[in-house]
Design a protein around this ligand. Structure first.
Ligand code: MUC
Ligand code: MG
Length: 372
């Protein structure tokens, strides 16, 4: 039952967002998805995806660099190799190609999809099988306008799509941000979970000055308030114990996870399959968090349906996803490229049960959104 890799195909799809998505690092009007399709000698196709946030606004890889690097370096390296020896392929790729975690994630996802399809099992079976058939999903309020955010939150609650909200702050003054959060808290009531993501937008001093005010307006979790490299600052903010601190941009794989855990730099880890460099490295990072009693949150790089459901498969195998997930990426896009859209209902995302990722592409939509 061995099969070899015969083709690696990449393309970029540009899909508009339903509204501008405003963060302290970037405002997004469109998401660019690098779609990777890997064909194997037994006629199976695996799919993977990479996205970034705002081109190069968030990190060192862009959709264009991901596509070029896969075409020029990954494809020639893996074509002709066994598609069934995933660990050996990971070893070969990591030995030959430094960094490029997002590209590695897209390739690894396609390989896992093909492998699980070949075995006739859902992808989560390769990580031990599901603990939860559905996982909670937060929505990010980031229209840039308080009243629009309130209307959006109310609609999400009414339609039972989301009851956890992450607010993007750090663009306005901290004082105006607190007013913004307080207005949303007043509108949605006390039973709804509100978290904030500052995307490194504050200094350590600003954060020290404002953590108490965030706690007072009912913020339950503060994500990456300060620069990703200021780990001593993250450690000091965590030690204050005012609101749990979540590491996001500081976490780029298991080695960072070990440093942050051993130095007590966060209460919660945002686990992102792309930032970790793929599903297996994300699982390694999760193990470090679990051993250190750091709580888990399933993060997103605002991916489309493919990477979103890949991450969901992995997160569905965890027995302690304490802070839920933010796997809402496909819902931020104006259109869907799957033949059957993912099932978001009753505040959760349902885990597909078919082989591999358990999804299939709508080829017409893929052609329509492909960058010419
Ligand atoms: C981030 O920094 O967490 C995740 C959700 C969202 O709205 O932005 C991303 C990036
Ligand atoms: Mg974040």
């Amino acid at each position: 039952m061995d099969a070899t890799i015969v083709e690696v195909n990449t393309r970029i799809l540009d899909i508009p967002t339903i509204r501008p998505h405003k963060m302290s690092v970037a405002t997004m009007h469109c998401q660019s998805i690098v779609l990777v399709r890997i064909k194997t000698s037994d006629g199976i196709e695996g799919i993977g995806e990479a996205t970034t946030i705002g081109g190069l606004n968030y990190g060192g890889e862009s959709p264009e660099s991901i596509k070029t690097n896969i075409d020029s370096y990954f494809a020639p390296l893996i074509i002709g190799q066994s598609a069934t020896k995933l660990a050996a392929l990971r070893k070969l790729i990591n030995k030959t190609i430094k960094d490029n975690r997002f590209a590695k994630c897209a390739i690894e996802t396609a390989l896992y999809d093909a492998y699980a399809k070949r075995l006739g099992v859902p992808l989560n079976a390769l990580f031990g099988g599901v603990v939860a058939n559905e996982i909670g999903v937060a929505w990010t309020l980031a229209s840039g306008d308080t009243q629009k955010d309130i209307a959006e939150a109310e609609q999400m609650l009414e339609t039972r799509r989301h009851n956890i909200f992450k607010l993007k702050i750090g663009m306005r003054s901290p004082k105006d941000d607190i007013k913004h959060i307080a207005a949303i808290r007043k509108a949605v009531g006390d039973d709804v979970s509100i978290r904030v993501d500052i995307n490194q937008g504050w200094s350590e001093t600003q954060t020290v000055q404002n953590l108490r005010a965030l706690a007072d307006v009912g913020v339950e979790l503060v994500e990456q308030p300060i620069h990703e490299k200021n780990l001593a600052g993250m450690q000091r903010l965590t030690a204050l114990g005012i609101v749990p601190i979540m590491a996001d941009e500081s976490l780029k794989g298991p080695e960072d996870g070990f440093t942050l855990a051993s130095q007590h730099c966060a209460n919660v880890f945002a686990i992102k399959i792309e930032q970790a460099g793929g599903l297996q490295h994300a699982r390694d990072l999760i193990g470090i968090a679990q051993a250190a009693d750091i709580a888990l949150y399933g993060g997103t790089m605002l991916e489309g349906s493919i990477a979103t459901i890949a991450a969901a498969h992995l997160f569905s195998t965890l027995n302690n996803l304490e802070w839920g997930t933010e796997l809402f990426g496909p819902l931020l896009l104006k259109d869907e490229i799957l033949a059957t859209p993912l099932d978001y209902s009753d505040f959760t995302l349902k885990i597909p049960t078919g082989p591999g990722l358990g999804i299939s592409l709508d080829d017409d939509k893929v052609s329509f959104y492909t960058r010419k």
